[in-house]
Design a protein around this ligand. Sequence first.
Ligand SMILES: [Zn+2]
Length: 232
Amino acid sequence: MRSSEIIPGVYRLTGGGTNLYVIAEQELTLIDTGLPGSYTGIMNFVRSIGRSVDDISSIIITHNHIDHIGAVQDLRRFTDMTVFIHKAGLAKYDADPSYPEGLRRLLRIPFLHRVRKHFVLEPGDVDVQLEGGEVLKPLGGLRVVPTPGHTPGSVCLYAAERGLLFVGDALQRRRRKLRLPAKMVSTDMQESVASVKKIAELDIKIICFGHGRPLFEDAHGRLVTLIEHSGD
Ligand SMILES: [Zn+2]
């Protein structure tokens, strides 16, 4: 996994085209966990900054998709950590509200159903079901902002003191352009636009994505442009 430091103590780790973030304070917090199989890469990084798995106290999941939850079960096997996710992304059995209907149907095929546990977290896999509006401990206060659209339970995490916003897949940056999430893997594009409008009201200096490099310049202006063109 490749790593880079975004601001002191906040790192982006990238593997298989997917980002996760490590906030290194007295305790370590992960935002997302990458694809299945990311455990070794995460642990190599944690050791490279002189820390251990026991230092990871929380995992905050931006949304219940395979490329963001991949290492949750592996990490939990080794130490006690609190896993947070928004409640709207969870369902028992095979409702899978986080995937559009086409993908949901695929997961019901018996062969794929057996690997379903890699695709979604179920209520029993998490410790805290978020409602939205909570302010979590990291970065002097990390606010949970519900931003449904890509999935019903998508959240952004906003560190007001640093002007830092973790968006998961509520937004994406492709070919240098800020874009709405990909329609094929999203559940409600209209909701997604409403969520971007909500984000645009925040005072943001840096946007950190689930995929692609962070945006350091003119975050607000770019959001406004995206909203203006969202009806195109
Ligand atoms: Zn996603």
